[in-house]
Ligand binder design. Structure first.
Ligand SMILES: Cc1cc2nc3c(=O)[nH]c(=O)nc-3n(C[C@H](O)[C@H](O)[C@H](O)COP(=O)(O)OP(=O)(O)OC[C@H]3O[C@@H](n4cnc5c(N)ncnc54)[C@H](O)[C@@H]3O)c2cc1C
Length: 445
């Protein structure tokens, strides 16, 4: 690798705040809202001009993990800040009622809930602004300045140049563990072979004949793909077609982005760049297949491809506790519970996704330790980069548990800041009582 030396330079200290959050996806949205409601002065940095993370930027347009099957009935288990988002989305007419996701191969059914991207952006703007969060859009965090084991400041790139922002507590909700990695916390990427879940470029299709798809097309998607494989280039053999809140509009979760069969790395700029053109190429091909071969899609048109390739997995911290497949599938309880999750393991493997549904009670508790990185004193981490095994991440990464973890770390960061202690030293009972009084469901404690 060739290098050049960048001259040292003075940069503007653009702001000093109490709690600084990197990333405005589900985890960051909930973290910022909770921390501000607890009384903290909160700034959130987001590289795009809107909130929602993969939910808007990758056009996921569907909440998974908000519900679990408890004693045979599907109930909402992610509450608190999530309720405030759902209420706002509903008011904006941007939310569909929950639809069942049928368990295959044993375990319980779950549910998911589709939403409109624009409504999600507006609902979350309103949520954070009304909580008093200082949202800084178009602000790309690029590095950390350390003072021993503490983060002193985060470096950002903006249209007005490079700047620094200081804070007392930091929360990494970047999805990629960017701040954890820069500050030297223990991190890993993928499984022991470096394999990460395949990414997907999402697209939406309009003018679909809803009745016809429900009646004839959707249940046979895998068969239709198999029958079409000679005539189309379709690397993924199973996937999801989901109807959106408004008539005739469907989301398509079908592409699978790789280089020569190997998943691209969403934390590598070369791979990310390649993935965008490849994702749009595949979207065209899958759309051609849908229009030709799936009943109900004959007169549809390709409404929109996602602003960015959808990244499911990159770095994860190795935190105080590493949540595993066994913890999830055995519906394990934890003394330090900060929330619950009942979403199945959804592993995106070559050609398809492998689903493993929870049995038993239908949900497990999420321990506080999954959000506590090792080696950095004033940092918490929430979302898809929290501390899990790769299989654990295949369940814990969806929006519902990310909201739960986000609300917990936002609350914990402010509790720690007010007490003048590190997040590892707060009284978890106090955190739990606060979460429950703020409407969160954390299971029996
Ligand atoms: C194709 C696909 C389909 C999915 N389907 C579903 C589904 O149907 N339902 C569901 O619930 N979940 C689904 N998921 C999973 C879910 O969307 C994500 O795992 C979830 O959004 C993770 O939330 P997060 O807050 O941890 O991170 P993200 O959603 O990734 O948000 C991270 C945010 O941080 C910002 N950011 C990152 N780095 C920086 C930086 N250095 N500086 C400033 N900002 C930064 C990003 O722009 C982004 O807004 C899907 C994911 C993919 C990729």
């Amino acid at each position: 690798m060739k290098t050049i030396t960048e001259p040292a330079r003075e940069i503007e200290l653009a702001a000093e705040t109490e709690i600084l959050i990197i990333g405005g996806g589900p985890a960051g949205i909930a973290a910022a809202t909770a921390a501000a409601r607890c009384g903290g002065r909160v700034m959130l940095l987001e590289k795009y001009g809107f909130l929602g993370g993969m939910g808007t930027a990758a056009m996921v347009t569907n909440f998974c993990g908000l519900h679990a099957s408890i004693n045979g009935s599907i109930q909402q288990i992610i509450r608190g800040v999530a309720d405030d988002i759902l209420e706002r989305l509903d008011k904006l007419d941007g939310l569909r009622e929950p639809h069942p996701v049928r368990a295959t191969g044993g375990g319980h059914d779950v549910a998911a809930q589709a939403y409109d991207t624009s409504a999600y952006k507006m609902a979350t703007d309103d949520l954070l602004l009304s909580a008093g969060v200082d949202i800084r859009f178009h602000t790309f965090a690029v590095g950390a300045i350390m003072n021993g084991a503490r983060i002193d400041a985060v470096l950002v790139e903006t249209k007005s140049g490079r700047k620094a922002i200081k804070a007392e507590m930091f929360i990494d909700c970047s999805g990629d563990g960017d701040l954890a990695y820069w500050s030297g916390a223990d991190c890993v990427k993928g499984d022991h072979n470096g394999f990460m879940a395949y990414p997907t470029t999402m697209f939406r299709v309009a003018n679909v004949d809803d009745d016809k798809v429900h009646k004839e097309g959707k249940p046979n998607l895998s068969d239709l793909i198999a029958a079409a494989s000679k005539d189309y280039d379709l690397p993924r053999k199973t996937g999801v077609l989901g109807s959106q809140p408004h008539a005739g509009e469907w989301r398509v979760n079908l592409t699978q982005i790789s280089r020569d069969g190997t998943p691209i790395d969403g934390s590598d700029w070369n791979d990310l760049g390649f993935a965008e053109t490849e994702g749009r190429r595949q979207s065209q091909e899958y759309f051609r297949f849908l229009k030709d071969r799936v009943p109900g899609f004959e007169n549809s048109y390709l409404l929109e491809t996602a602003p960015q390739v959808g990244i499911r997995e990159t770095r994860r911290i190795v935190g105080e506790y590493v949540l595993s497949k066994d913890d999830i599938l055995s519906c394990r309880d934890f003394e330090g519970s900060i929330g619950c999750n009942g979403w199945p393991l959804e592993q995106h493997l070559k050609g398809s996704a492998k689903w493993t549904f929870l049995g038993g009670r239908g949900y497990h508790q999420i321990p506080y330790g999954t959000t506590l990185p090792k080696g950095v004193d004033n940092l918490l981490v929430a979302g898809r980069c929290a501390s899990t095994t790769p299989e654990g991440q295949a369940s814990l990464r969806v929006s519902g548990p990310c909201f739960a973890m986000g609300q917990a770390v936002g609350t914990a960061a402010e509790l720690a800041r007010q007490k003048g202690v590190t997040p590892t030293k707060i009284d978890v009972k106090v955190l739990q009582n606060k979460l429950v009084s703020d409407g969160a469901f954390i299971g029996d404690i």
